[in-house]
Design a protein around this ligand. Sequence first.
Ligand code: COA
Ligand code: AMP
Length: 632
Amino acid sequence: MGRFDQEQKRALADPQGFWGEAAAAIDWDQPWDKVLDDSNPPFYRWFAGGRLNTCYNALDRHADGGRGGQAALIYDSPVTDTVRSYTYSELRDLVARFAGAMATHGVAKGDRVIIYMPMVPEAVIAMLACARLGAIHSVVFGGFAASELATRIDDATPKMILAASCGVEVNRVIPYKPLLDAAIEQAAHKPDHCIVLQRPMERAEMTAGRDLDWTEVAAAAKPHDCVSVAATDPLYILYTSGTTGEPKGIVRDNGGHAVALKWSMKAVYDIEPGEVYWAASDVGWVVGHSYIVYAPLLHGCTTILYEGKPVGTPDPGAFWRVISQHKVVTMFTAPTAFRAIRQQDPTGVHIDKYDLAHYRALFLAGERCDPDTLAWAQEKLKVPVIDHWWQTETGWSIAANCLGIEALPIKPGSPSRAVPGWDVRALDDGGHEVPRGKIGSIVCKLPLPPGSLPTLWKADARFREAYLDEFPGFYKTADAGYIDEDGYVYVMARTDDIINVAGHRLSTGAMEEVLAAHPDVAECAVIGVADSLKGQLPVGFLVVNAGVERSEAEIVADVVRMVRERIGPVAAFKTAAVAKRLPKTRSGKILRGTMRAIADGESYKTPATIDDPAILDEIAVTLRSLGYPHAS
Ligand code: COA
Ligand code: AMP
């Protein structure tokens, strides 16, 4: 039996022993009573009775333990032409002082704090300062619109919001403060204070009494010590798309999270403390939480915070410039970034300009990695390219080629095998395991390993209903796929209405809610069609009310604007068409899957339950007028 098999077997046979051992790499204020508390299934708690502080483990123990002078964070921002490095001591001091400022203005353990910030060091400082106080942060991605922020404000009921005056995209400055003001206006809950970082490109209007200036409050504050919290206390809430317009508040605990992430840095990524690790994502996404902020710092690495894009900042060599300049040994990004680079630099001319001798591996996740992109990256970079699979809910990888345990052969199209701690199966609709190679619903046997979601924020019932009820004893990933004879997992598609646009998770259901709100729209459907750059793109179909006065083009322009205003530019909703009717089953269910198959040029069977098959031909004509399928 190979090392990987041994570890996988041991983690499932003896989770208490396996994770108890891994937990020794974390500094605890008080040891746990039990590694895994399974007394209240299906709710499981890791390291119950234990106490720790995540910020202490990420910063103080390194700052005071010999890494004080080592770079903890390198901020590299081609969009503002800035590179700035913070040692562990400097970052700890900045975080301690900002935690002091937050405490002065009323934030204490257990309070929620929303962070609505772009990729600036202060966003990391904000997250760690919350962790230091035992406050629960909830970062909201900058590409979301005001109403999405408002929904999160009402669900998390934050005492304070931390924001910046603006974000900087490739060719424009995006004012954040008007969005924040609009969101607070829309929300029923009002925060006591907003602390706003004024960036020089766009200064924000401040609301007297409520808004405070970041620099001023930080300068006036005294450093705050780490507050000891229970291992099972929430560290953060991260909202992710659910099947409706109501996002799900994924809860992450402190203890299990610290243990799993620290363990993953060596086991999955094969990184040693002191090395430079880079996740090119955004702090607004789970990848940013886990692998820009927490895991690399818990492991004593140098992490890179990159405020730029794979292309256009200034060219498709941007990633290689960062790797070479900061001596990055391993980077992690989404396949879409590589498709963007490849499109602009197919022969890899820009790669050859940089010294990448120290660079060891590329990890990809966030969406299915097409074998073509994998092969291109492998050939051009000449390092292992590792596809790994995970979700906001899980917080770290479910399936991966664990380079730090034993490198397994790479099978393009598969994120490899279940990581130790994860018991992954493919089930049919009746809950029985399907034979190897056959597609089923991918599920993970409970209990899930540490670091994965214990529940949804203030929504235990929704947690059960969304993830646990359909396959009792298992967590439903809502991904469909198969497992081959060697145990390799193949993740093929979502079983719900989630689509993946440029590595961003979006709900077509939420977009449909926006379209349906247009007064001239009688019915609508949004599907995710294949896109060679972004993986998928949303396309909307509208059936308009009889006798409307506005033209079809005007209504389409309206709904495109509405999705941008209500969900945000990140939805990338730019294409819609008016249809006479939508294809449905006799019971009235819209056949979105069949519409998608037509759009992607796939063969499909006309469902036996279809109400009127002729509608599919009409849809095909409409799709052709929009340029789908691309190949035909
Ligand atoms: N704040 C405000 N607006 C934002 C934003 C932010 N933080 N991030 C993106 N947007 C806007 C973009 O400017 C764009 O606006 P536009 O419609 O006016 O052009 C829109 O949202 C869509 O953004 P995106 O889908 O990212 O498209 P893009 O053309 O700007 O970039 C890629 C395409 C592939 C280069 C980019 O998506 C990328 O780097 N992806 C990497 C994937 C990634 O980081 N995934 C996270 C999980 S690992
Ligand atoms: P998110 O919660 O944004 O990380 O999105 C999670 C979803 O992205 C998963 O449920 C999958 O549908 C998809 N996904 C993430 N990583 C992969 C991967 N390596 N292969 C296939 N799909 C992936």
